[in-house]
Design a protein around this ligand. Structure first.
Ligand SMILES: Cc1cc2nc3c(=O)[nH]c(=O)nc-3n(C[C@H](O)[C@H](O)[C@H](O)COP(=O)(O)OP(=O)(O)OC[C@H]3O[C@@H](n4cnc5c(N)ncnc54)[C@H](O)[C@@H]3O)c2cc1C
Length: 403
């Protein structure tokens, strides 16, 4: 194997090339990214960076010297427009680059509002890339009025930053409750209360009907319940779609993302995929995860498999979100839970433990790193936790690990 090409210079792509070199790969590596920046971490984009509390340089995953020192040819600001799996080439502008093995780490694209309802007006923002947040930054000013569309993590984190900066925030969520797709009602209740305490107006069961503009700039919104708002800017947090266009054009199999086997190999034996764009087998089903831990762990397994390891990727999902002074940490996936046990600590500290039958499957911990850590280790070890111990705030959780 002499030349590995990686398309997508984000979290997964950067981790993949680093792992290839760490494991001794001595051939050529080309990492191609459409954005002009060094590979960077996205989580701060809706947190410290948007708040203005983080320097640009601190977003970068590694300094430029890392790529030079490791002999990685980094091609930034260049978009791959085609893959020819038969010829084993990719096209960048007028150039055709040959590969022996190819990895797709193309991430995902934010869903946007249709132009027909004002989605193309100035002042309407999505939060995915550094450029999006740099565009939005000047709008986040004291006294401005923001409409946030979508009560998932991105919308809620943006709402928290805006409220903290003195923006008057209205957030609409079309579903019955915020975080409906990812969390139990207990967690939704917790965050609804938190946001309300900071003055954000959270409206659930209400969607956006249309935006209103003046001279190409957004000035207002009409909601599905008929109410009208004056707004200075809009943040759209209505989810993402895996970036599968290249894979689809190349004839690779798709299934809610680029379909891979447990090793991360796509339907073409020389093409691999990892990160937000890849769907993979997990516990008898097929899932796709949108998180930093997944992007890192999966791409590292793919790197090892590109070098012949034949290792299954076994995901142990975890995630975090920061809103105001609360850190939410999530271990496991709560899909199919039938019982939630609450463990209440001091002040804002609380954790929700999700069970399926007797089995512990997930934990949502708010400002409670110990509950998160114990829950994560139990889930990883396939152990459960006695609900009586969990519910008792005075009971030490650590002995559960030895049970
Ligand atoms: C605002 C925000 C906050 C987040 N917060 C958290 C959090 O708190 N915790 C957490 O775990 N996760 C969080 N996430 C999710 C996490 O950042 C993603 O899951 C992770 O970045 C996925 O990594 P990836 O490499 O798959 O994709 P990305 O990091 O998106 O990288 C993909 C790259 O591929 C490039 N690309 C795509 N197509 C092409 C092409 N044809 N040619 C060249 N380049 C191409 C894209 O431009 C992009 O730079 C957050 C995401 C966002 C946007």
């Amino acid at each position: 194997m002499s030349h590995i090409v990686v398309i997508g210079a984000g979290q997964a792509g950067a981790s993949l090339v680093a792992r290839l070199r760490k494991d001794g790969f001595e051939g050529d590596i080309t990492l191609i990214g459409a954005e002009p920046h060094l590979p960077y971490q996205r989580p701060p984009l809706s947190k410290a960076y948007l708040l203005g509390e983080m320097e640009l340089e601190r977003l970068f995953l590694r300094p430029e010297s890392f790529y030079t020192d490791n002999n990685v040819s980094l091609r930034l600001g260049q978009r791959v427009t085609g893959i020819d799996p038969q010829a084993k080439t990719v096209t960048v502008g007028d150039e055709v680059i040959s590969y022996d093995e190819l990895a797709l780490t193309t991430g995902s694209d934010p869903r946007r509002l249709p132009a027909a309802i004002g989605g193309d007006l100035d002042g309407v923002h999505v939060v995915r890339d550094l450029a999006h947040v740099d565009d939005m930054g000047p709008y986040v000013a004291e006294g401005a009025r923001a409409l946030i569309v979508g009560g998932g993590y991105i919308g809620l984190e943006a709402a928290a930053v805006c409220a903290k900066r003195g923006v008057k925030v209205t957030l609409v969520e079309m579903a019955d409750r915020i975080l409906q797709r990812v969390a139990a009602p207990e967690t939704s209740d917790y965050f609804r209360t938190l946001h309300s305490e900071y003055g954000a107006d959270i409206r659930e069961g209400v969607g956006l009907d249309r935006l209103v503009g003046d001279n190409g700039k957004v000035t207002g919104a009409v909601l599905t319940d008929g109410s009208q708002l004056d707004v200075d800017f809009v943040v759209v947090g209505v989810g993402i779609a895996p970036s599968t266009k290249l894979a689809e054009m190349a004839g690779l199999e798709l299934d809610n993302g680029i379909k891979t086997d447990a090793h991360g190999r796509t339907s073409d034996p020389s093409i691999w995929a990892a990160g937000d764009c890849a769907s993979f087998p997990h516990a008898g089903a097929r899932i796709r995860l949108e998180s930093v831990p997944n992007a890192i762990d999966q791409s590292e397994v793919v790197a090892q498999n590109m070098l012949g390891a034949a290792k299954d990727y076994v995901a142990t999902p975890w995630f975090w979100s920061d809103q105001y002074d609360v850190k939410l940490q999530i271990a496991g996936l709560n899909t199919g839970y039938d019982r939630v046990v609450t463990r209440k600590g001091e002040g804002q500290t609380v954790s929700f433990w999700y069970y399926k039958g007797d089995r512990l499957i997930a934990v949502d911990a708010m400002n409670d790193p110990r509950a998160y850590m114990v829950g994560k280790r139990l889930i990883e070890a396939g152990k459960t936790a006695d609900p009586v111990v969990v519910a008792d705030p005075d009971a030490d959780l650590k002995p559960l690990l030895k049970a």
